[in-house]
Design a protein around this ligand. Structure first.
Ligand SMILES: CC(C)(COP(=O)(O)OP(=O)(O)OC[C@H]1O[C@@H](n2cnc3c(N)ncnc32)[C@H](O)[C@@H]1OP(=O)(O)O)[C@@H](O)C(=O)NCCC(=O)NCCS
Length: 334
């Protein structure tokens, strides 16, 4: 196996899965998979063994020697068996960003497509963010495989842009979607006008509605009128949580007097189950205290069946002050 001069570590692992500098021994498997999957690749003719050898002995061999190569390619392994390949391509060392490329053994796609994409992205993030300190990584994917967008979003990448009829492909123009992730810590910021559609999609999400007091579906018009009135209302503090640059949830404090605020918060269901609900409430209150130093007490109502939220309020030492039949009230002096 060759080593990349541009990397300190050469192997990145998660359980039984690893990525290692692309191995020469995997080149014909890769050729076979690329030829089978030409329909979604920027590859116009079938690869042959001769062409593949030539690519490995010239282009790939050079990548190992450069300190700032344009691509860093890996074999994706289960144990030591190659299951796919990919890496960071079009690396821009000045702007510190790179596109992601990945294909898996074609026979795995039907059953394990999402699993391997998400796994590979987690591994590649270690290289991009921990090893070479890129600022942003993104996928640039033809609108041909709906499952791909689903997998990328499950891996915490945010949809950034749609390029209409961007590529001429098999006699027609097709759209390209770009999803990205940033090398950033979690951040809580004020909600902006441009968050209208995002907050609308959360408001109508089935999982979010399940624990809402009002279960009816909301129209965009209703949401827009509510959303803009909250933004204009000086008695409302409305914040958004971004995780690695991707919007993950919101928290709102409606001030009743200068010193009391009612809490409403939610997470995008793609981001639940990772401790972020607790993070959002705890840090949302911190941000509120910076913006509204006069607030002394915060409280929230929770449906009795909303176990995650009850646990969060309890963990953050809120007092449970009423015991209605269907909902609980939690409050805390800050
Ligand atoms: C409330 C909400 C933000 C919680 O998100 P989350 O990702 O589960 O939050 P956390 O990961 O911090 O988990 C909270 C706790 O609930 C637990 N939990 C999560 N789902 C659970 C379940 N189904 N059963 C039991 N416990 C559960 C977690 O294990 C965690 O407890 P722990 O820290 O002791 O392990 C999210 O569910 C949401 O957006 N719900 C819709 C809106 C809402 O209910 N808002 C609150 C009312 S204002």
């Amino acid at each position: 196996m060759s080593n990349y001069k541009s990397l300190k570590n050469q192997r990145f692992s998660l359980g039984n899965y690893s990525i290692v500098p692309i191995r020469k021994e995997d080149r014909y498997d890769i050729m076979k998979w690329r030829n089978e999957q030409m329909y979604h690749l920027r590859q116009s003719e079938l690869l042959t063994k001769k062409k593949q050898d030539n690519y490995f002995y010239t282009v790939v061999a050079d990548l190992f020697e450069q300190t700032q190569p344009s691509q860093i390619l890996f074999s994706y392994l289960e144990g030591e068996k190659c299951m796919g390949y990919g890496g960071l391509v079009h690396i821009n060392w000045i702007d510190r960003n790179a596109e992601i490329s990945f294909i898996m053994n074609s026979s795995l796609e039907k059953e394990f497509f999402e699993f391997h994409w998400i796994n590979f992205l987690k591994l590649l993030e270690k290289v991009a963010f921990n090893e070479i300190n890129l600022h942003k990584i993104y996928t640039y994917a033809f609108d041909l495989r709906p499952r791909l967008y689903n997998a990328i979003e499950q891996a915490g990448f945010g949809f950034e842009l749609e390029l209409k009829e961007q590529c001429f492909f098999q006699e027609k123009y097709i759209d390209v979607k770009i999803h990205s992730k940033f090398n950033k810590k979690n951040e809580i910021r004020h909600v902006k006008f441009t968050d209208l559609y995002l907050t609308y999609s959360w408001a109508n999400d089935q999982k979010v509605r399940e624990f809402s007091f009002n279960k009816d579906k909301i129209t965009l018009k209703e949401h827009a009128s509510w959303f803009f009135s909250k933004l204009e209302n000086t008695n409302s503090e409305y914040y958004l949580l971004e995780v690695q640059g991707v919007a993950a949830g919101s928290i709102r404090f409606d001030l009743e007097e200068e010193s009391i605020a009612k809490i409403n918060y939610l997470l995008d269901p793609k981001f639940t189950g990772k401790g972020l609900g607790t993070y959002l409430l705890e840090n949302g209150i911190q941000f509120l205290m910076e913006n509204r130093p006069l607030v002394q007490m915060v409280y929230g109502y929770v449906l009795k069946e909303n176990i995650p939220s009850i646990k969060i309020f309890q963990k953050l030492s809120f007092n449970e002050i009423s015991n209605d039949t269907s909902e609980l009230k939690f409050e805390k002096f800050i």
